[in-house]
Design a protein around this ligand. Sequence first.
Ligand SMILES: [Zn+2]
Length: 409
Amino acid sequence: MSDLRIDGDRLWRTLMDLATIGATPKGGLCRLALTDLDKEGRDLFVRWCEEAGCTVTVDEVGNIFARRPGRNPDRPAVCMGSHLDTQPTGGRFDGIYGVLAGLEVIRSFNDQGIETDAPIDLIVWTNEEGARFSPPMLGSGVAMGVFTLDHVLDIRDTDGVRLGDELARIGYKGEVPVTGHAMGAYFEAHIEQGPVLEAEDVEIGVVTGAQGQRWYEATVTGRESHAGPTPMRLRRDALAGAAVMMEAVEAIALEVGGDACSTIGRVQVHPDSRNVIPGRVWFTIDLRNPDPDALARMDAMLRERLAAIADKRDLTLELTDFWAFPTTPFAPELVGHVRRSVERRGLSHRDIVSGAGHDAVYVARKVPTAMIFIPCENGLSHNEAENIKPEHAASGCAVLADAVLATAG
Ligand SMILES: [Zn+2]
């Protein structure tokens, strides 16, 4: 057992206090990025950090850094963080848990008079959800050089409002340069957002990395014709062909097995009329795998099988790459700190890969990174019913504290 303690009740109270800002009638949260409610949440967070003795700075894209100094100011900071923005019908814990678990780590270190060698930074990344300003993970993305600052400041929401203008309006257009912040390590605690930990009755997920993803768009073209007078043998039915392709897409993940996933999320049928044989079908494909070789194999299977189906049915297939995200392994040393903490504390655990995008996934491109997952009820997230158990929140926070202390010295 580690003798480092965190205050689980205080963590839970803090989570519930922040959950009053933007609360929805169904028990969730609507706190979209850079709205008045986001400002209110940020302001409260900043006040809490200052009360805990931290110095708060804000960078050019509104990322917040709360610093607890270390003995050695020249060491790059050991960082914790996540996000405070939510989906329109979001939950109380997605992102917020990681930020407030970090705050509880700092408060606990204060209570126990723990000094660290490296400074500790608690980070709130701007617009992680991508609900108001798309794409997601913009704050961490700019900080890690995935997007340029000017590009991101110019992104508009659906009402045409500029991200940069909203940052200034709510008082979070900071002065600190967005790139080059000296981060020595980054830990993000997060709810799993999937059902695995709960189903296996496991308290902590030791996250070893993030799945690689490949997104495609497929357009299948046949020939529109009348649903009555056109005999089956003379048809070039784009939808019938696309349906077989969709079955093939599902089969790819089932055959590859392990953590492979394949999903078709959007379909458009043309002309979308009940008595016309569809001439054109457009659909999206999302392939994921934590193993880059297996993902490459899935990509090859997809291309080969869809082309064969199109060929057999005299259809034209156009398969385009829409977006790709490489497999991201986390830093073995930091993952090791997480694993040792879980073992010392006697918590049930398993290794897991993140199937979702997180700020940590961008941060991991430049900074040694690890994540800690805790179970969520029914695996639900991006849902007002999102829920976690207070004891899991406390366990994840204690593991975060151990891992940060082991890294910061
Ligand atoms: Zn999140």
